[in-house]
Design a protein around this ligand. Structure first.
Ligand code: HEM
Length: 492
């Protein structure tokens, strides 16, 4: 045999081995529905992918694979399998799939939400945890948040006097934005009904929407340069405007000398000491992340909580009684953040809301950084990972009457379930090293806003009985109520 023939034979054997190993690997992929050529399972998603995939997982099991265009996606739909992804194999699943929209203004290269789980990402998380989300830091900024809650109180009181409805989601959005900006830069961003508030809301909401809109270029990377739906272009515009706004705030802060010890001041101090450690670009993109991640998610949760309480007036009354008894027994005019732990029904209402309406039903999609074997299947390197927390929240094997709003289910002290990432049946903030960075602040904001809405008022719908309310949702990164909740506050 000459050299050429033997080389050809060897190359052919090597090629066959590669093909066999690929075939083995794909035969060990988790089961899933039949895939159409080119588009794969995109049509299976439908307008409400969290519901469609929960249904499919009843047929194919809690570890299921799909092909979304050219992207292999593995969906985990039970607490046990979520634990395998987020705890047992956390290090292999800690990076993100970056949608094309996240690349607007190169945001993904700076962003704590999109960066791969490497040293830069760790550094940003550490700075935020120490400078903003630690208990002493949050305690230190409580006064600023109290001022913003007072504004919500005044706004609701004025609507009550006039007998006009409050758009609960909008009011919660403005308050979330102000609570966040008070905590981040000691600054009020927006006034209720003001144009600036509207502009900021629209910019932030459109940014969230453009990142979450199904984008053909994410499913078929060859389409990236074409941007067929114009999503990248639209995001560039919105992110550009937000970055400009943040630049103005940074400049203002630099001019004023920054006597307040807030996150922004802490970031600027690190930057002054060592530009390489934290550049101005790092700062603007970090602030952008916190604003975008923290507003819609918090106000969406609030709107669902109020929707369910209005549909269940006895539970609303029970919550109000708990708040008022607590205040009168302790001689308090106001509930403070440290009082939340003394209000078990309030906490149960928030848990129940997040069980039924996790604002990010699949968490933020993760990416497998290597082949990982789970339950005898191979999750291949680079696969997109969805953890369907919505499905676990509605699973009748875990929850009795899963579709009913029953905060009482969380009052059993022996269970002591919380949403801080340890109980995989309830992980609306995710779990593991990539879990929600803002949880400690979100926890305080959501409880306090609910106290403000419920403490002194009954709420009545305009021209509709509570049981007639439309409960549909729109799927996106944020699970939004399709028809905004508008209700009139009545003093009690
Ligand atoms: C009710 C309110 C909120 C909910 C339900 C929520 C939920 C989530 C979820 C599910 C994730 C993905 C976790 C994962 O992949 O395991 C996440 C990530 C994140 N959240 Fe939140 N969030 C809320 C409020 C906030 C707030 C107030 C902030 C900041 C001020 C914030 C900042 C972030 C950031 C920066 C990330 C990305 C973390 C990373 O990739 O390392 N969130 N959030």
């Amino acid at each position: 045999m000459d050299l050429l023939t033997s080389s050809i034979i060897l190359a052919s054997i090597a090629w066959i081995c590669i093909l066999i190993s690929r075939a083995r690997k794909s035969s060990k992929l988790p089961p899933g529905p039949y895939r159409l050529p080119i588009i794969g399972n995109i049509l299976h998603l439908g307008p409400k992918p969290h519901r469609s995939l929960a249904k499919l997982s009843q047929k194919y099991g809690p570890v299921m694979s799909l092909k979304l265009g050219s992207i292999t996606t593995v969906v985990f739909s039970s607490p046990e399998t979520a634990k395998l992804v987020l705890q047992t194999h956390d290090s292999s699943f800690s990076s993100r799939i970056t949608p094309v929209a996240s690349k607007a203004h190169r945001h993904d290269e700076f962003s704590v939400g999109w960066l791969p789980a490497g040293s830069q990402w760790r550094k940003l998380r550490k700075i935020c945890k120490e400078q903003m989300f630690s208990a002493p830091r949050l305690d230190g900024s409580e006064d600023l948040r109290r001022e913003q809650l007072q504004k919500l109180r005044d706004f609701v009181a004025e609507r009550c006097d006039r007998g006009t409805a409050v758009d609960v989601g909008k009011a919660a959005f403005t308050t979330s934005l102000n609570l966040l900006s008070a905590s981040l830069f000691s600054l009020e961003f927006a006034r209720f009904d003001s144009e600036l508030s509207q502009e900021m809301k629209e910019l932030i909401s459109s940014t969230v929407k453009s990142v979450s809109r199904p984008n053909l270029a994410d499913y078929f990377p060859v389409l990236k340069p074409v941007d067929p739906q114009g999503i990248f272009k639209e995001t560039e515009l919105n992110v550009g405007k937000l970055l400009l706004k943040l630049d103005e705030i940074i400049d203002e802060k630099l001019k004023s000398g920054g006597e307040k010890r807030d996150l922004m001041e802490a970031l600027l101090e690190i930057n002054r000491r060592d530009e390489a450690q934290l550049s101005r670009d790092d700062i603007r993109h970090l602030l952008l992340d916190l604003l975008v991640a923290g507003t819609d998610s918090t106000s969406g949760t609030m709107e669902w909580a109020m929707t369910e309480l209005i549909r269940n007036p006895q539970k609303m009354a029970k919550l109000r009684n708990e708040i008022r008894s607590f205040m009168s027994e302790n001689g308090k005019q106001q509930v403070q953040e440290s009082d939340i732990s003394s209000l078990p029904y309030l906490q149960a209402v928030v848990k129940e809301t997040l069980r039924l309406y996790p604002t990010t039903p699949f968490l933020l999609p993760r990416k497998a950084s290597s082949d990982v074997e789970i339950n005898g299947y191979i999750v291949p390197k680079n696969a997109q990972i969805f953890v369907n927390v919505w499905a676990s929240g509605r699973d009748s094997k875990i929850w009795k009457n899963p579709d009913e709003f029953l905060p009482e289910r969380f009052l059993n002290e022996s269970d002591n379930v919380d949403f801080k990432g340890r109980y995989f049946e309830l992980i609306p903030f995710g779990s593991g090293r990539r879990m929600c960075l803002g949880l400690p602040l979100a926890d305080r904001m959501v409880h306090q806003m609910l106290v403000t809405f419920v403490g002194n008022y009954e709420w009545k719908l305009e021209n509709m009985k509570p049981e007639e309310m439309d409960m549909n949702e729109i799927f996106g990164v944020i699970l939004e109520k399709a028809i905004p909740l508008k209700a009139i506050p009545i003093k009690v």
